[in-house]
Write a protein that binds this ligand. Structure first.
Ligand code: DQA
Length: 164
């Protein structure tokens, strides 16, 4: 059965393409969703997308995502303010992946806090639209509980203790 992934986009992401293209690029949100959906389809996953400029819409979408295996979320600036959205995600039982086009850690101080990071399985930031594809790859691995491929120990260079 094809499993569902809820992709959530927060405030102002509907303006991607023309909004601060020097930071967020020129791709539209529809193009990002299409890229994510294509990767998902390769793993027999289906993306259900919602964009909203309203915090409550996003919270309710997470609440109603019980049939979804994962939530991938770019919450826009709500990332830095919304403990309510963090609480909603904490109550979601599937995989949670936080995505950002830019790298908030390298931007203004108010963007350095993510309320969502502590309730996400992981965060992907700074890779532009590629982040959406990476997020769906991560979801596919995590929900199938596929082990990370073993490291070829012969290629690992051991450092002596104290050699930093
Ligand atoms: C963003 C980063 C946020 O700080 C900002 O408010 C956004 C977009 C990103 O994708 O880089 O709206 O989430």
């Amino acid at each position: 059965m094809t499993r569902q992934v809820l992709l959530l986009s927060g405030p102002n992401l509907d303006r991607l393409g023309t909004r601060s293209p020097e930071i967020y690029g020129t791709a539209t949100l529809a193009e990002h969703v299409a890229r994510a959906s294509a990767v998902a389809a390769g793993h027999d996953l289906e993306v259900r997308h919602l964009q909203s400029n309203f915090e409550g819409d996003l919270i309710e979408a997470v609440r109603d995502a019980g049939d979804c295996a994962a939530v991938v979320i770019n919450a826009g600036a709500l990332t830095h303010t919304s403990w309510a959205l963090a609480d909603a995600l904490a109550a979601f039982e599937g995989v949670v992946v936080e995505v950002h086009l830019s790298n908030p850690a390298a931007r203004e101080p108010f963007r350095h806090l993510s309320t969502l990071a502590s309730v996400a399985d992981g965060s992907i930031a700074g890779f532009g639209g590629l982040g959406y594809e990476l997020a769906l790859e991560a979801v596919a691995r995590l929900i199938d509980d596929q082990p990370t491929p073993p490291v070829d120990q012969s290629t690992v260079i051991a450092r002596p203790p104290g050699d930093r």
